[in-house]
Design a protein around this ligand. Structure first.
Ligand code: TXA
Ligand code: MG
Length: 355
């Protein structure tokens, strides 16, 4: 398939290009577009053929539902089953405070959406992105745009134009390139069809900030126990897959900085001796403990948001070095760190060593 590349600057939008991209979506094509979290692989949410093509382009399992992106609050009415939900005070507060932005809210859906979008569930995830190119594209399309992250299924999500070119060139009608994604991890997926609300996937909006806004406890899927004390099956189908993974095996190390460094350097020498290509993913502060030729810095401890912005890019950089074993430092679980650790642990298949 021929893929058109549109370079669009968010601060000075070329509307002739953006109109072209919207036309492609309207006639059932696929367009990769930037958002503040990660790049999205978009199709008109009402068009079942187009949505099927998203699953093909990504190699995504068909039981994993897509998020529908809107540019205007009123667009929700066409997607959900009961407009009265929008009178709910908690939902109003969430939308007022976090939209546009990296929050996806789960609602009961109506029948306007094709079944492929929601993978047969009776709910739909909706989000209004902050990125102006994304919102203008959706506005010009005039309808909800279904979009997962624009990576090949299982690979780290794309946060830079070159990441989407690597994964999607030749598989989609167009790619809108518009710089690096500011947040760098995906949206927080919040289920508001239950009380108390449950975060199905931690992301760009922190659990603490939702808790503070709503003044109530917010549960985290995967740590919910049922009556017998067992974990619930994750409600976001996407969370059960190994994910975000570079080609090499990832091991995460958690503990005090010096102890981590000592342990990683031990594993690192062993890997070199075995003829492997190791890579170390470290913070700006701890990079000096390691052989600099082998270090990818993914963030700065003084500004935890930088770990979110840098995590996927760092994992992809390990692939460019053909690393077959990757030693990554854990970050603090506080705030945005909860989402960063979620992605790191998924990339590592939960392989973590406490030192
Ligand atoms: O930031 C983001 O959310 C990005 C950008 C492009 O907006 N999108 C994204 O989509 O990350 P995706 O498809 O890679 O991840 C969506 C997650 C999956 O874990 C999926 O299972 C869950 O949201 N999800 C979507 N709809 C759902 C629903 N109705 N019920 C439960 N989980 C849902
Ligand atoms: Mg994804």
């Amino acid at each position: 398939m021929k893929t058109e590349i549109f370079d669009i600057d968010g601060e000075n939008i070329d509307y002739s290009l953006l109109e072209k991209a919207a036309e492609i979506l309207k006639r059932g094509g696929l367009v990769v577009f930037p958002t503040e979290t990660v790049y999205g692989l978009g199709a008109a949410a009402a068009c079942s053929e187009a949505v099927k093509n998203i699953f093909k382009a990504k190699g995504r399992p068909s039981d994993n539902p897509l998020i529908v992106h809107i540019s205007d609050f009123d667009m929700i009415k066409e997607l959900i089953s009961d407009e009265k939900t929008l009178e709910n005070q908690d939902i109003k507060k969430l939308a007022q405070n976090f939209w546009p932005g990296p929050l996806t809210i789960i609602f009961r859906k109506n029948n306007s959406l094709c079944d492929e979008v929601t993978a047969g569930l009776d709910t739909v995830g909706i989000r209004m992105p902050e990125n102006i190119v994304a919102r203008e594209l959706i506005r010009l399309t005039g309808k909800g745009v279904a979009a997962p992250s624009a990576n090949t299924s299982g690979r780290p999500s794309p946060t830079e134009p070159r990441h989407v070119i690597e994964d999607m060139y030749g598989k989609v009608d167009a790619i809108i390139c518009s710089g690096n994604c500011a947040v760098g991890v995906e949206s927080t997926v919040l289920d508001m069809t239950c009380d108390p609300p449950v975060i199905l996937r931690p992301g760009g909006v922190t659990r603490e900030s939702i808790k503070e806004l709503l003044g109530k406890d917010i549960l985290m899927a995967g740590v919910i126990k049922n009556d017998e004390g067992q974990d619930f099956v994750p409600k976001a189908p996407g969370m059960k897959y190994r994910h975000y993974a570079p080609k090499g095996k990832v091991i995460v190390f958690s503990g005090e900085d010096e102890k981590i460094a000592e342990k990683i350097n031990k594993y690192f020498s062993e890997a070199l001796n075995e003829g492997k290509i190791p890579r170390i993913v470290a913070s700006r502060q701890t990079a000096r403990y390691y052989d600099e030729k082998y270090v990818t810095v993914f963030g700065d401890k003084e500004c935890p948001e930088t770990f979110a912005a840098g995590i996927f890019s760092a994992l992809r950089e390990c692939d460019r070095y053909n690393a077959d074993i990757i030693f990554a430092e854990a970050v603090s679980q506080e705030g945005i760190g909860e989402a960063v650790m979620n992605r790191l642990l998924k990339a590592a298949g939960n392989n973590i060593i406490y030192v």
